[in-house]
Design a protein around this ligand. Structure first.
Ligand SMILES: O=C(O)[C@@H](O)[C@@H](O)[C@H](O)[C@H](O)CO
Ligand SMILES: [Mg+2]
Length: 403
C-alpha cells in the first residue's frame, strides 16, 4: 500500500489545530494531530520541508520502519517539534492500517482491556465558591474525577482559570505572550483550602486532581504534597519542572500524595528515571507530542514494569484526532490510569467528526475502523490560522518564572 499524498491542514475553529492527512494508492487515508500550542507553524514547516516529501512512495504498512527513519534519520533527535511531526505521521499510519484491517484501532493494539475509559473534567473558578459550583456541574454530568483550579486572592491571573466565569479556558489567548504574575506563598496558603472545601461539600469518593503547572521548587512541592495528604488527591500534577528528574526524589521523601508528570515530555528519555525510580505515579506524555502510538506504547510498557499508570494530557489544544486515538490507546493499555477531557468548542467538533462518546464520566472510542476521527476539509478551510501565544509568568519582583 503506497503513500501517494501527504498534506498538512491548518485550521483555527476557535483555536489553531494542525492535521496531517496521508493518502494511499488503495484510496484509504489516515489522519494525525500535529498541533503544538503556540508553535504550530514550526511543526508545519518541519513536516512540509523535511518529512512529507520523503514519505511519498513508501509502504504505508511499514509503520515501525518509517518511525525509525524519521527518528534516527533526523540526526537532531527528540524535541517537541520533531516528535510532534513524527507523531502526526505515526498516528495517521496506524489509522490507515486499522482501516485496511477493517477494525477499530484498539483491536489492532491488542484488544480491549476495559469496557470504558474514565476521564476527568476541569472545574475552575475565580474563587473557591465558583470552583465548587463547577465541580457540582461536573458531578451532575457524571464525572467521577474532576480537576480543581481556582483564583488565588492577591494574584491577578492564575493558571487554569477562564477570564470570565462560564467561558472556556484557553491559555494561548494573545498574539504575543501575555504577562502573568505569580506568588508562590499566596498560592501555598490558599490552595489547600480549595481541596478542603471540595471534600467538605462532595465527600470522599470524588477523585480530585490538581495541576500546579510547574511552579514550585522541589521542597515547596514536598510541603504542598504533605499538606494536602488529608484530602487524598487522585494526583498533584507538574508540581515542579521535570527536566531535572532527580528533583522528584526530594518530593517523594516528603509526601505520599500521588504525582503526575509529562505533558511536556516528548520521549521516553524525558521520564526514564522518574519511572524507574518510581518517583511518579502517572505519566502524562500523550500521542501528539511524544512520537505517536509507536513511541508512547514503549513508554507505557516501560511504565507498567514500575506500576506507573497512564494519565494522558487531553487539553483542548490537542485536537479531536489526538483525543480519538488516545481513547483507543486507553481502551487497550493494561496500565491505564485516567484520561484528561476538556470538551472542544462546537466549531471544532464540526470540523472533526468523531466516533468517541461521553457517558456517565467515561468515554468509549467507538467501533469504526481506525481511530474514528475525520476532518471536514471544506469546513476547516473556513477558519484561517491566527497566531496565538502561551503566556509568560513573572514573580511580583519581575523574575521570569515558570508558566
Ligand atoms: O494539564 C493541562 O491540561 C494543562 O497543563 C494544559 O492546559 C496546558 O497548560 C496546555 O496544554 C498548554 O498548551
Ligand atoms: Mg497540565
Amino acid at each position: 500500500m503506497k503513500i501517494t499524498e501527504a498534506r498538512v491542514i491548518v485550521t483555527c475553529p476557535g483555536r489553531n489545530l494542525i492535521t496531517l492527512k496521508i493518502v494511499t494508492d488503495s484510496g484509504i487515508y489516515g489522519i494525525g494531530d500535529a498541533t503544538l500550542n503556540g508553535r504550530e507553524l514550526a511543526v508545519v514547516a518541519y513536516l512540509e520541508e523535511h518529512v512529507l516529501p520523503a514519505l511519498i512512495g513508501r509502504d504505508a504498512h511499514r509503520i515501525e520502519d518509517i518511525w525509525q527513519y524519521l527518528y534516527r534519520g533526523a540526526y537532531w533527535r527528540r524535541g517537541p517539534v520533531t516528535m510532534t511531526a513524527i507523531a502526526a505521521v505515526d498516528v495517521a499510519l496506524w489509522d490507515i492500517k486499522a482501516k485496511a484491517a477493517q477494525m477499530p484501532l484498539y483491536q489492532l493494539l491488542g484488544g480491549k482491556s476495559r469496557e470504558r475509559v474514565m476521564v476527568y473534567g476541569h472545574a475552575t473558578g475565580k474563587d473557591i465558591e465558583g470552583c465548587l459550583d463547577e465541580v457540582a456541574r461536573h458531578v451532575e454530568l457524571g464525572y467521577k474525577a474532576v480537576r480543581v483550579q481556582c483564583g488565588i486572592p492577591g494574584i491577578a491571573t492564575t493558571y487554569g482559570v477562564a477570564k470570565r466565569s462560564g467561558e472556556r479556558y484557553e491559555p494561548a489567548d494573545s498574539d504575543l505572550p501575555a504577562e502573568h504574575v505569580w506568588d508562590t506563598a499566596k498560592y501555598l496558603n490558599h490552595v489547600p483550602k480549595l481541596f478542603a472545601a471540595v471534600r467538605e461539600r462532595f465527600g470522599d469518593d470524588l477523585h480530585i486532581l490538581h495541576d500546579v503547572h510547574h511552579r514550585l521548587t522541589p521542597i515547596e512541592a514536598g510541603r504542598l504534597g504533605k499538606s494536602v495528604e488529608p484530602f487524598n488527591l487522585f494526583w498533584l500534577e507538574d508540581c515542579t519542572p521535570a527536566e531535572n528528574q532527580e528533583a522528584f526524589r526530594l518530593i517523594r521523601q516528603h509526601t505520599t500524595t500521588p504525582l503526575a508528570v509529562g505533558e511536556v515530555f516528548n520521549s521516553i528519555h524525558d521520564c526514564r528515571e522518574l519511572i524507574q525510580e518510581q518517583l511518579i505515579d502517572y505519566i502524562r506524555a500523550t500521542l501528539v507530542h511524544a512520537g505517536g502510538i509507536t513511541h508512547v506504547r514503549r513508554i507505557a510498557d516501560f511504565a507498567a514494569l514500575y506500576q506507573v499508570r497512564t494519565g494522558f494530557h487531553g487539553a483542548t489544544d490537542l485536537s479531536p484526532v489526538c483525543m480519538g486515538a488516545a481513547l483507543h490507546f486507553d481502551t487497550w493499555v493494561p496500565n491505564f490510569g485516567i484520561q484528561e477531557h476538556m470538551p472542544h468548542d462546537e466549531r471544532i467538533d464540526e470540523v472533526f467528526p468523531h466516533a468517541y462518546r461521553f457517558d456517565d464520566g467515561h468515554f468509549t472510542p467507538g467501533k469504526t475502523p481506525g481511530h474514528g476521527v475525520d476532518i471536514n476539509e471544506e469546513l476547516a478551510a473556513k477558519y484561517p490560522y491566527k497566531r496565538a501565544s502561551l503566556p509568560v509568568n513573572r514573580l511580583e519582583d519581575g523574575t521570569l518564572w515558570h508558566w
